[in-house]
Design a protein around this ligand. Sequence first.
Ligand code: ZN
Length: 415
Amino acid sequence: MPTGPQHSGVAVLAYNALASWQKEPWKGKEDELSRFSILPDDLFASDYADYCILPDGNAIPHGPTDRFAMVPFSSGYDRSLTRDVFSYYTGRMVAALSSGNIRESIAFGGILAHYIADGCHPAHLWNNLSIYSLLPPPAGKYWQMHRSLDSVSVRADLCRGISPRLLGLDIRETVFNTVDEYERMVQWGKTRLVPAVNALYAEDQGGAEIHINTCYKKAAGLLSSLWNTAFCIASGRFEDNEIESLKEVKLNRTVPVNAFTVDPYFFYPLMDYDCDGKGNLVPLTIKAGVQGGGRMMEFADGIAMTFGYVMYEIPANLFTKIRVKAGVSPLTAREGEAVFRIIDAKTPPVYRDAHNTLVDCGGDILYESGIMTGKDAYTDIEVNPGDAELITLFVECPGKNKNIHAIWAEPVLVK
Ligand SMILES: [Zn+2]
């Protein structure tokens, strides 16, 4: 993991981005904050080890990992553990601030800093062996990536412009938005692996710093947002425009928990674009109804897929509506038919006969369109997810022709 100075460096960047009323209670206690931001690495030597233990008795992991592994990593991980970590530590930080226990707010805030910084780092998202299998080192060379890349300095000049935002009005909403932002940070970290390792191989320290600092900046941004939110919740102090910014969540910009579709997509729906099957991205296009003049409309936000599904975790009873326009793109082959469904899901849909027959759509149907083709206007859907915790956007192709471009345009969760 980033070592001591890197952990405290990320924490300092986040602290400096806070509003002055939030900095005030922690002012002059930067050393303590720094100590707690390193604590999970020094867990067994510390008198404060208890702060690193989750309610289930396990120690806080070092970034996104499975339930039992202390250290990284894999490409898939247990998101429920990530949620538990944020839920516990944010909850404790808010409780400490609410009761005026500043030292504990620093302890829990500092450990959050550690967890977020660990998750941002490419050499934390893959282990040494898998990095070497992807990118064999130059002949005669060997680095311990976890050390060489973790020791890249935090550079404030490369991390300018951090601006915290509000992640929720209570702990549950905060955790929902934080887990999502954390995932985006993890995904960004993965994209920096190859450039950072190649810079290391070329002994280009400056290049490695540039790549790794983009990751530190993401971590500091998320951390300052989370701390900002904890201070706001603890004091009940929210700006109107921030409350407004939480009214809608774009589903296409959040990270699905599970998905499946087939060619021309990459076994995963395509976000914000459709593709023509010849290697090109094309705009999401569906036909408007009479009100829209019956013309073709293009959308910047949305999801494209053939038959298949995409699943999202949402907090129960937080949102009152899922709103989306569903339609079949004119790219669809003639005779192509699609049925759109929204499911209050318990499991992914179950198929047999190599996905030719649907056995079970995995939960209760909240919405079902009739059969639609590329000649039909899109349909406006609005359903209440109620106490659903897992939502599936699901497309079935009842006809013989499965070559469908099914579009979910502007899908949002509305409070
Ligand atoms: Zn760590």
